[in-house]
Design a protein around this ligand. Sequence first.
Ligand code: XMP
Length: 525
Amino acid sequence: MDKILILDFGSQVAQLIARRVREAHVYCELHPYDMPIDAIRAFNPKAIILSGGPNSVYESDYQADPALFSLGVPVLGICYGMQWMAQTLGGKVESGDTREFGYAEIRARGHSKLFNGLQDRSNAEGHGLLDVWMSHGDKVTALPDGFTLIAETPSCPIAAMADEARGFYAVQFHPEVTHTKRGTDILHRFVLSIAGAAPSWTMPNYIDEAVKKIREQVGDEEVILGLSGGVDSSVAAALIHRAIGEQLTCVFVDHGLLRLNEGQMVMDMFARNLGVKVVHVDASAEFMGKLAGETDPEKKRKIIGAEFVEVFQAESKKLTNAKWLAQGTIYPDVIESAGAKTKKAHTIKSHHNVGGLPETLNLKLLEPLRELFKDEVRELGVALGLPHEMVYRHPFPGPGLGVRILGEVKAEYASLLQRADAIFIEELRNTIDEASGKSWYDLTSQAFAVFLPVKSVGVMGDGRTYEWVVALRAVVTSDFMTAHWAELPYSLLGRTSNRIINEVRGINRVVYDVSGKPPATIEWE
Ligand code: XMP
C-alpha cells in the first residue's frame, strides 16, 4: 500500500493535512519533524509533506534531516515546511516586514503540475487566481537552485515554488484549511498525480489488512476488551472479533449510570447478534455505595474512574489466559498524547478513560484503531455490520450520568434521569427538520438531560406537586472544544417537556440550557 509521510513541525493544523490525504483514499501518518532518516526509509513513503510550524527556520531547532531530499520521492513543503525546504536547499528566508494572516489571492505562474487547471477565477490576462489562507511572518526571498516560481502575491512574491524535475513543491499558504478553496484539490494533485500514490485506502482493504495484522500480533493468545457501549470500543470489539472470534472476551461494566436500556442494548448487539463473548458485570450497587454522600464533581469523577478500574481488573483476573488488553484508542488520541508532552493545558475536568490498566494487569496492548480518524472508525463500524444508529451516536462521557446528576448521586435520581433522557433522545430522533431532511438528533452533536437536585412547586390535576427539575442540553459543535446551544424548534422542546412531566413521575419542571461553551462547558459537572 502506498503511504504518505507527514512531518509535523509543530503546526496547529497538521491533523488536517492527514485528513485531506486520507480523503484521497491514500494512507498517511503524521510523525514529528525529527523522525530519524532510517525510520523514514523504513516507512517507505511514496511522498513526504512538511507541515507548517510556529518558529523561524533561521533560529530554530526544528530541523528535519536534509537526507530526506535524497530519497528520490516527491516532497511538498507547507508554510514553515516551505521555508525549511528553501533554506536547506540553498535559498533564502527572511523575516517579513509585516505578518500576513488571513485571506490572500495568489496568481499561479508557469503552469506547474501542482496548480495547472486549478483556479478560482482568472484575471484580465488569463492568469489563474486562487483564494488561499496565509499565516506567516517569514518568507522565502530567494529560490534555491533548480527551483522556479509557481505562484505570487504582491506581499509575498514567492508564494509557491517548485523543482519539478526532482518533484519538490512548496507553498507559503495553507492548502489543508477549508479557507483555501482549492486546497483539497491541490493536496490531492500532489498525492495522486505528482507522487502517483494509489488510492487504495478503502474500508474493505483496511478490514482485510487489519484482520491479518491482529491475527499475526495475537497468535493463539487471548484478548480482553472493556466494552463501554461507545463507538470506539464497540468498533474495536467488532473488528477484533472478526479477526480472532472466540479468543476475544469483552467485559461490560454497568455502573448503574448508563443510558436507559444501555446494558440490554450492548448485550443484544454483541452477545446475541454478533456472537461475541461478553461478560456483563452489574456493579451498580458498588458504584452507588462508593458515591454515597459525595457532592464534589472532581471527586465523583475520581471515584467512578477508580472503581471502574477495580471492577474491570477483578473481572480480568478471572480470565487467566488473557495476554492482551484491547483498547479503542483512535488516531486523534495518539496525536494528542504525543503533543501533550510539549503543550501545557489547564485541567478543566479530569476525563476518565481506562488508562493505567495495562501496567497493573501486565497485559500487552492491542489498539487496532490507532491509525483511524473518528469518521473512519464510524465507516469501519458500518462495514463490520454494526447498526448505523449505534455507530453515529452522540458521545457519552465515561462517568456517565454521574456527571449529569448534580451533587450527590442516588439510584432514584439515576432512574428518573434515564427515563427523561430517553424521551428527549426519542423526540430528537423522531423530529425531522424540513429544510435539511435530517432528524434533530443528527443535527445536534450532543444532547441529553441533566438532573437538578432542586424541587419546585407545580400543579397537576387538582393537586399541588413539589418535585424535581430536569434541564435539557443540546449543542452543536465540530470539535467539542467550543459549542453553541442548539436552536431546537419550540414545538420539539414543548413535546419533550410535556412527555417528561407526564411520563416520569417525580419530575414537574423542564428547562432548556441556553449557554455556549465557553463560558459554560457541555456537561454540567
Ligand atoms: P465538556 O463538559 O468538558 O465536555 O465541555 C466535552 C466533551 O467531553 C465529554 N466529557 C467526558 N468524556 N469522560 C469522558 O469520557 C469524562 O469525564 C468527560 N467529561 C466530559 C462530554 O460529554 C463532551 O462530549
